[in-house]
Ligand binder design. Structure first.
Ligand SMILES: NC(=O)c1ccc[n+]([C@@H]2O[C@H](COP(=O)([O-])OP(=O)(O)OC[C@H]3O[C@@H](n4cnc5c(N)ncnc54)[C@H](OP(=O)(O)O)[C@@H]3O)[C@@H](O)[C@H]2O)c1
Length: 172
């Protein structure tokens, strides 16, 4: 199974946060729906899921396998709850998925990156600058780096640019 991390970054390289005063651009939301539909699933952290659940209805994700990673939540109707990132991948693999879409938030993305579980990243760079914020890191405690291969680069409209990179998991 191919594990794709999907995230929005800011123009100054932060992990983008959104809220009522700084909503995500339509282009990034549309792009997320496209990738979620293509994968047939997404993996999400408990906090981001609570933010996106809205009125609790299935909304545009009716046919999509949603996996919520949480140590605290028990059952959530309509979604699979797992305790660990690897459990989320095992669940999707067992259910025949070829691709896993890792959709955020920051804790979840950093957990998957830190554990070397990501094959490809899709970054949508939004035309916004932020002050002190969140970061995506392959190691939260130490300086290190990993070269990645640029696969694609394209504008999505309204100033959003999409970058795709492959990560070779066999090379440390
Ligand atoms: N830029 C983007 O693409 C993007 C995408 C989504 C969200 N966001 C932003 O990200 C922020 C929310 O992210 P967040 O980091 O606060 O929350 P999050 O990653 O959505 O959820 C965090 C929760 O997930 C569970 N979790 C995380 N890592 C885990 C692990 N290794 N094992 C087991 N459970 C784990 C824990 O749940 P329990 O507490 O229940 O144990 C934790 O409290 C918001 O500001 C949102 O706007 C940005």
């Amino acid at each position: 199974m191919k594990n794709i991390l999907w995230a929005t970054l800011t123009a100054n390289g932060n992990y983008a946060q959104s809220g009522p005063e700084n909503p995500p651009k339509k282009e990034t939301l549309d792009d997320f729906f496209t990738h979620a539909k293509a994968a047939g699933n997404f993996i999400v952290g408990r906090r981001t899921f609570e933010g996106m659940r809205g009125n609790g209805g299935p909304g545009p994700f009716a046919d999509i396998d949603i996996v919520v990673v949480s140590q605290s939540a028990t059952e959530i109707p309509g979604v699979k709850v797992v305790r660990l990132p690897e459990e989320a991948l095992d669940y999707l693999k067992e259910n025949g998925h070829q691709t896993a879409l890792i959709s955020g938030g920051a804790d979840i993305h950093n957990s998957f990156l830190g554990q070397g579980l990501v094959d490809e990243v899709i970054f949508n760079v939004a035309p916004v600058l932020e002050g002190r914020g969140l970061n995506l890191l392959i190691d939260k405690d130490n300086y290190c780096f990993k070269h990645v291969q640029l696969l694609d680069c394209k504008p999505l409209g309204s100033g959003v640019v999409q970058l795709r990179y492959a990560i070779d998991r066999t090379v440390s």
